[in-house]
Design a protein around this ligand. Structure first.
Ligand code: 13P
Length: 251
């Protein structure tokens, strides 16, 4: 089954209004004058969502949040609901990024609840999973990722509404990318876990992104792997030239 590549930028806690909207406008103008063979998504911080949505309007670039609360509304000071993201015009949201699992003690159960809220609000959800270096060194890579798939995948997940992002924690922001073979091995294991959970068709159709020091130089090799269906890009998504080169590396 052919899966359309998704190139997604996770801007994390970066950019003020001027540079964030300029970056978005730069990407939008490249989209309008060039062509890419993939879906494009940018996930800026909450404060920039509106400006970025305005800057990319009509370009084909979708916009998403980096997190959401599991509840629709209520007494959750400082949080943002999936419905608020949808209301603003977002198409997607990332949940379960390792920085949130680590910094905010988010468990698989919390991630699953957030993912289900995203689906209920009508957003596409990107569910992040990935092993730490200690887990890899202990030979537990596949087991950890399978467990996170089982624990974090939302009920109601389909190939259309859910994307998995495999982001080995040791590769994030370190410049140490998983080799294409290392990544492909885990992606294939994730897809086999999805097959058991969702059935053949959904597993074959669901996109599994790689994230962790993906850049303009290594993207083509990673994206040519059979089970790598795109990238969730941090640092390189903050530079229009690099992000654009990655998008043009799609097979
Ligand atoms: P880097 O591309 O900076 O390693 O970040 C990856 C990531 O965490 C994307 O969500």
């Amino acid at each position: 089954m052919s899966r359309r590549i998704l190139i997604a930028g996770n801007w994390k806690m970066n950019c003020l209004q001027a540079d964030g909207t300029a970056l978005a406008a730069d990407l939008a103008s490249r989209m309008k004058s060039g062509s890419v063979k993939c879906d494009m998504l940018v996930c800026p911080p909450f404060t920039l969502l509106k400006g970025v949505l305005d800057a990319v309007a009509g370009s084909g670039i979708a916009v998403g949040g980096q997190d959401c609360h599991a509840a629709e509304k209520g007494a959750h000071t400082g949080d943002t609901s999936a419905w608020m993201l949808k209301d603003l015009g977002c198409a997607a949201v990332i949940v379960g990024h390792s920085e949130r699992r680590t910094n905010h003690a988010e468990t698989d159960a919390v991630v699953k609840a957030k993912a289900e809220a995203a689906l209920a609000a009508g957003l596409m959800v990107i569910v992040c999973i990935g092993e730490t270096l200690d887990e890899r060194d202990a030979g537990k890579t596949l087991e950890v990722n399978r467990t996170q798939v089982q624990g974090s995948l939302p009920d109601g997940a389909t190939a259309e509404n859910t994307v998995i992002a495999y982001e080995p924690v040791w590769a994030i922001g370190t410049g140490r990318t998983a080799t294409p073979d290392q990544a492909q091995e885990v992606h294939a294991a994730i897809r086999s876990e999805l097959r058991g959970k969702l059935g053949e068709a959904a597993a074959n159709g669901m996109r599994i992104l790689y994230g962790g020091s993906m850049n303009a130089k290594n993207a083509a090799d990673l994206l040519s792997q059979a089970d790598i269906d795109g990238g969730l890009i941090g640092g390189a998504a903050l530079k229009a030239d690099d992000f654009w080169t990655i998008a043009q590396s799609c097979p």
